[in-house]
Design a protein around this ligand. Sequence first.
Ligand code: SD4
Length: 335
Amino acid sequence: MKRRNFIKNAALTSAGLAIGNSLNNCADSNPKENATISANSTVEVKLPLVIATWDVKNATARAMEVLQSGGNALDAVEQGCMVEEADIKNSSVGKGGLPDRDGNVTLDACIMDKHGNCGSVVYLQNITHAVSVARKVMEDTPHVMLAGEGAKQFAISKGFQEENLLTESSKEAWEEWKIKSEYKPIINIENHDTIGMLAIDKNGDISGACTTSGLAYKMQGRVGDSPIIGSGLFVDNEIGGCVATGLGEEVVKTVGSFLVVELMRQGKSPQQACEEAISRIVNKPNSDYKNFQVGYIAVNKKGETGSYSIHQWFSMTKFQDGNNEQIQSDYYVKS
Ligand code: SD4
């Protein structure tokens, strides 16, 4: 079912607990019941809900399991992202991620909660669950971001195990790449790339997370948008949240996720806000957008969602009201 139809149908068929316009009311309700936010007089959206970049149904399923068993949105996005970090078949995240051009697997991740607290790790090596280290940075340090060796030593001090993240198949792919050593960003390198996830729990609170091994064969030391609060991820619990995927340099230049949230604050829907943020990139003078991909997904406080990308084949996974589905994103380059 198309997203817009789903929201419309939800308004017609919703059997959940209608809470009204006030999210404070929502927070006061019995959190064990499935909640329905009445976004306006005609749209009702069932909570909890989870969205994530690309086709990551196992990850959204895990996040929903956390939410349904009473966990909050922060636990949900962390646990959801961990599924992809541990999946060695996903060569863009965590263990099994493709290395930089010197053969180092380096991870970037961040997380943001309903209070606007955030934590991030950049250039983290030999620790699979970068998102969980980012959460520890947020909760157990006075800082927002730790990098490289310091991030790794911090993780070890918190009980994370060191391991080799370069799998045989990623190593083989790198050896193959080295023959030509040609660096260029690849559009939609695969259909489950960097994972960015946003969740709204039964209380109507929003959190988000983002985790990646970054661009394959990047220069040693390169860090992308994914661990940069405001670029790869931004959450404002009063407004909504956004996460980005694709060529991080272009996302950073427009502070993409913050931009999307600010556009929603000004009254745009998540879909309109994602489209406007993409248009900022493609409409720059001399933009090379035909040769790279950027995609955004967003959710607002009402539980409305949107996604948009420069090129075709970006998708969002959405789990809501028992449906865990991949939704193809609309896109800018139509010919
Ligand atoms: C980065 N944005 O490091 C990440 C990579 C990515 O789809 O999302 N790839 O630039």
